[in-house]
Write a protein that binds this ligand. Structure first.
Ligand code: GTP
Ligand code: K
Ligand code: MG
Length: 424
């Protein structure tokens, strides 16, 4: 097997650059550059040299022998001075050693998975953690990476195994293969498990965490959409002018509010009679955006917005809210009045739509498996045939195995580990 190496810290220049080496030749690489290998898991300052004896850097080195390392394989880490040329020189020296090559994206984590150090759900959590930009995303990712879902799956797996054992023993004592031999608690246990899994399926999904709560600003031209958009995201991202029809394309910005991920969307002003081809396309896009929103802020006349939209009266500094006196919110992008209240209401609303900080949200892959598991349990409840019940339980167990990647395909692993950066 190849020994791989990569810069695992951020892009130089930086205070420190961490280069990891992992695989059977890691020990040799450490000795070649640092002269000797320090005691395991102890940081030591060493002069690093290349094969011709030239000094590359003075650096901290640590030796993590397998199988108790993060990847399960022999691993060496170099904590270099974080200059670009230092990293290049050390990588060149490593690349010149036999059996060493640069790592692919996510290859360290993939080895950790292949060596059973982490399961698939935990690897997904790690990928989420590296991408986390808001507090809520971080909390979920830490829980997933720490095995919160894996432990739950393990409990369900034990329950399913217990149910299978009951079916096996009933089969041993029944000639006809009917359910008469089953304990009365069996049906109850299946229903309870199906109910529990059903309630997991109903929780907000993990994708919501990644995409963010989508707020679309819509209304007639010059209503003040772009101005409000800028005020909400606290950045002059959109052009706002007195000319109606200023915004033509859709403009998106992702921000964190109250620790929650939001995507705000500014759109072209809606009007029926535009003869401008660009604006007409912009209006069509605005309508499409409103249809996909988690929340539409309607900046037009009372009752004319899309169903369920929040009515917002803008330019409160000018007309004191006379534009739409019955609007739920009165704001001014100029004076800042009402912006905090609107933002607060959006945060409260999004919090309910987002996965709760105390639960583990399922991603698309996990949700699909859990749905199949749920259907298998439901189908079982109706069956009178022990053989069919046993078959459904085996299927249920396979879905649980898939959740944590006991069985997994190369394509799936490529897709997951491709999400990681090089060096992770
Ligand atoms: N006084 C005051 N003027 C505002 C306020 N919000 C927007 N305006 C002004 O109203 C005009 C239109 O604002 P925009 O934000 O461009 O409006 P819009 O809805 O994005 O317009 P289109 O993109 O053309 O559809 C600009 O001249 C803004 O400066 C406000 O709260 N108070
Ligand atoms: K405008
Ligand atoms: Mg605009």
């Amino acid at each position: 097997m190849d020994t791989i190496f990569a810069l695992s810290s951020g892009r130089p220049p930086a205070a420190i650059a961490v280069v990891r080496v992992c695989g059977p030749a890691a020990c040799h690489a450490l000795e070649a550059l640092a002269g000797s290998r320090p005691r395991l898991r102890e940081a030591r300052l060493r002069v690093l040299r290349d094969a011709s004896g030239d000094v590359l850097d003075r650096a901290m080195v640590i030796w993590f022998p397998g199988p108790d390392s993060a990847t399960g394989e022999d691993t060496a880490e170099f904590y270099l001075h974080g200059g670009a040329a230092v990293v290049v020189a050390v990588e060149r020296a490593l690349g010149a050693l036999p059996g060493l090559r640069k790592a692919e994206p996510g290859e360290f984590t993939r080895r950790a998975f292949a060596n059973g150090r982490i399961d698939l759900a935990e690897a997904e959590g790690l990928a989420d953690l590296l991408e986390a930009e808001t507090e809520l995303q971080r909390r979920h990712a830490v829980a997933l990476a720490g095995g919160a879902l894996s432990q739950q799956v393990e409990l369900w797996r034990e329950e399913v195994l217990g149910l299978s054992a009951q079916v096996e023993s009933a089969l041993d004592f029944s000639d006809e293969g009917d359910v008469g031999g089953l304990d009365s608690g069996f049906v109850y246990a299946v229903e309870r498990l199906a109910g529990e899994i059903g309630s997991w399926l109903e929780q907000p999904r993990a994708e919501k965490l990644r995409e963010g709560f989508r707020v679309v600003l819509a209304g007639p031209p010059n209503a003040g959409k772009s101005s409000l958009f800028n005020a909400l995201i606290e950045e002059e991202a959109a052009i706002a002018t007195p000319i109606p029809g200023t915004t033509r394309d859709v403009l998106e910005r992702s921000v964190s509010l109250g620790g929650l991920p939001f995507t705000f969307v500014d759109t072209a002003g809606l009007r029926e009679d535009s003869d401008d081809a660009i604006e007409t396309i912009g209006i069509a896009r605005a309508r499409a955006q409103a249809a996909q929103a988690d929340c539409v802020l309607w900046l037009g006349a009372e009752g004319e917005g899309p169903q369920g939209s929040w009515e917002v009266a803008t330019k409160y500094d000018l007309d004191g809210g006379h534009g739409n006196p019955n609007a739920a919110f009165h704001v001014s992008a100029v004076s800042g009045e009402g912006i905090a209240a609107l933002r607060g209401a959006l945060i409260d609303h999004a919090r309910v739509a987002m996965p709760s900080p105390d639960s583990v949200a399922l991603n698309a892959r996990q949700h699909a498996l859990m749905s199949q598991l749920h259907s298998a349990l439901e189908a079982m409840g109706e069956s009178q045939d022990l053989l069919i019940i046993g078959e459904n339980l085996r299927y249920a167990r396979r879905m649980l195995d898939d959740m944590i990647g006991r069985t997994s395909t190369e394509d799936m692993l490529d897709a997951l580990f491709g999400r990681f950066c090089i060096g992770k």
